[in-house]
Design a protein around this ligand. Structure first.
Ligand code: HSE
Length: 430
């Protein structure tokens, strides 16, 4: 059977998708009996050499040539951003076409309209490429683990920030130097703020959490903190204490509540996630039947992301051909689960105070922590400078975020504490 595809956006992922379809099209046909035909590719620039050869009549500068073409079954949106990507997708659905997209920012923030429209029209939205590039994590949550109550999802799902943290750890670079390296290598998003401030991870977590827990898209409820404020010395102290710092996207269900957060997180060096370095991504999922599982691979790049796009095209083509049941494609609009407010979250904490080196200082700090029910697990003073500020590093047992914030406000007002206190959340067995 012949399935016609129109691709809007001939950038990195668009080129990877075309390359895979041209090279592996015969293999896909052999495996599925489906001939995936690239009917049109639209981009504002159709003259640049991308290292793939398409007949000139396939290329167009007008997205309308794809959206209006009654022979196109699947529209692949790969331009990114909110506008006009949303309008193109809505128009494609209006015209009865299935959609494949890698656009996590769009789905996380405007996805409700898109999924509702697709549901009304009985059409499918494939978005495997929007989270963790080549790792088939959407399929895992939607299909492979369908027999499980998902208990938790922990992801390293932004390659740029993972690359930066790896450079800060392995090459002792400061944050800005490591970011510059990431930009030179072309890893960062057009606006690196999305990568380094946790926003890209929060977009992706929105989609993962919805699939894992059957909740509506909850981007605005995710506590999001990035890595731009991290200092090389905290990475060193964390490593001395036996931890690595990773930007984790965390979704956990406890009873009828879901925690959703993205922040730099200290995890024990023995955890597999702590060994995920450079631009690589990994997602750790715990299900009540399957137990712990881990998925690892390339979270970006033309071919890894193109691999996910093509997988979605083939899945939808199989449904069109009547070969299989449509995968669960729609995002729920309601839930009876409560998204836990961040102040109620409990975890362990790392604090670095800049405290004056003199007798009685530690007891003042620990007194305030104790008054707020925060129990100290260990304390290290780094260096000795009598009467001057030194780093004082503390690890706590499990504590409540609201108590921690109140205690830190009081501690920061002490005249023996200088500058800003650093707080990093710790995820580990107690
Ligand atoms: N900029 C993203 C990252 C890749 O650094 O992981 C695409 O999602």
């Amino acid at each position: 059977m012949n399935i016609n595809v129109g691709i809007i956006g001939f950038g990195t992922v668009g080129t990877g998708t075309v390359k895979i379809l041209l090279q592996n099209g015969p293999l896909i046909k052999e495996r599925t009996g489906l001939n995936i035909n690239i009917k049109r590719v639209a981009d504002l620039d159709i003259t640049r050499d991308r290292g793939v050869s398409l007949p000139s009549e396939v290329l167009t500068t007008r997205a309308e040539d794809i959206l209006m073409d009654p022979e196109i079954d699947i529209v692949v949106e790969l331009i990114g951003g909110i506008h006009p990507a949303k309008e193109f997708i809505m128009e494609a659905l209006e015209r009865g076409k299935h959609v494949v997209t890698a656009n996590k920012a769009l789905l996380a923030t405007e996805g409700e309209d898109i999924f509702r429209k697709a549901k009304q029209r009985g059409l499918l939205i494939g978005f495997e490429a929007s989270v963790a590039g080549g790792i088939p994590i959407i399929k895992v949550l939607r299909e492979a683990l369908v027999a499980n109550n998902i208990l938790s999802v922990y992801g390293i799902i932004n390659g740029t920030s993972n690359y930066i943290l790896t450079k800060m750890s392995e090459d002792s670079m400061d944050f800005h130097e490591a970011l510059q390296r990431a930009q030179e290598k072309g890893y960062a998003e057009a606006d690196p703020t999305f990568d380094i401030e946790g926003i890209d991870s929060a977009h992706k977590l929105t989609l993962l959490a919805s699939l894992a827990f059957g909740i509506p898209l909850a981007y605005n409820s995710i506590y999001t903190e990035g890595i731009s404020h991290l200092k090389a010395e905290d990475i060193t102290f964390a490593e001395e204490l036996g931890y690595k710092i990773k930007l984790l996207a965390i979704a956990k269900k406890v009873d009828r509540e879901v925690e959703l957060r993205v922040h730099p997180t200290m995890i024990p060096q023995g955890y597999l996630l702590s060994k995920v370095d450079g631009v690589l991504n990994a997602v750790y999922v715990v299900g009540d039947a399957v137990g712990e599982t881990l998925y690892y691979g390339r979270g970006a790049g033309a071919l890894p992301t193109g691999s996910a796009v093509v997988a979605d095209i083939v899945d939808i083509a199989s449904v069109i051909a009547g070969r299989c049941m449509p995968p669960r494609s729609h995002i729920p609009e309601t839930t009876d689960l409560r998204i836990k407010p961040h102040e109620e979250v409990e975890c362990m904490y790392y604090f670095r105070f800049s405290a004056i080196d003199k007798p009685g200082v530690l007891s003042k700090i620990s007194g305030i922590l104790g008054a707020h029910e925060i129990s100290i697990a260990s304390v290290i003073q780094k260096g000795r400078r009598v009467g001057k500020a030194v780093p004082l590093v503390l690890l706590t047992h499990r504590a409540r975020e609201a108590d921690v914030q109140k205690a830190l406000r009081e501690i920061n007002q002490l005249d023996v504490v200088e500058g800003e206190t650093v707080l990093i959340r710790v995820e580990s067995e107690e």
